[in-house]
Design a protein around this ligand. Sequence first.
Ligand code: PGA
Length: 248
Amino acid sequence: MKKKYLIANWKMNKTLDESRDFFKFFLKKALTIPKTQIIFCPPFVGLFDVSNTLSGTEIDVGAQNVYVEESGAFTGEISTKMLKNCGCVWVILGHSERRSIFLEEEKLIRRKLENVLSSGLSPILCIGESIEERKNNYTKTVLHSQLSSALNNLPVDSIENLVIAYEPVWAIGTGMVATPKMILETNNDIKQILTKLNFDNSKIPLIYGGSVNPNNAKDLINIGNVDGFLVGGASLDPDVFYNIYNKF
Ligand code: PGA
């Protein structure tokens, strides 16, 4: 059976104390990994502590961002080497909040992706359309642009550990989850685009993100082409997050 992914994107939430409290409760739960690969992505300052807390478990740690250079005069930035040194295995790239609030363009996301791949870290590449783009039937065009700018001409074996997260921008943090039909169709479009880019789409896990919660998780995970979730708000409470895990 294909592996499923449950990824917690904590965004700019949780102090060290709050994060320790979370794991005090979460790690008491019955977690039958490797059924599902759980990955926690705390803020940068929490990475080292979370990966120490999780050492000896099968749960991975990921960062929410990274810069393209190894070291040097880049005030406020973090390198892949630093992430690896903190026990980090994954990096979220191209999240819509990075694209819209921090003005990250496709070119920069491509450079970040190349840097992450060459560092040996595994990327979680986020793509998704805005509500205007969906209303105007531009969803496939936008996804094509985001995927081709990030992945075009990359050697197939270099993206072995890539996970793609389809996150409609209008569904993120709004409670407006995409319908199963919409996700099924869009994921099929994404698979078609990947084939056009010369990748074997069956080898690339495709997860969904956008207002996932314990009430909709069952229907969403049963969609034939969804390999897991990227969860924001509902990953902040150990009981709520565990209830999502339990729907897999
Ligand atoms: P949400 O966020 O679950 O709060 O909608 C998802 C995400 O931004 O990855």
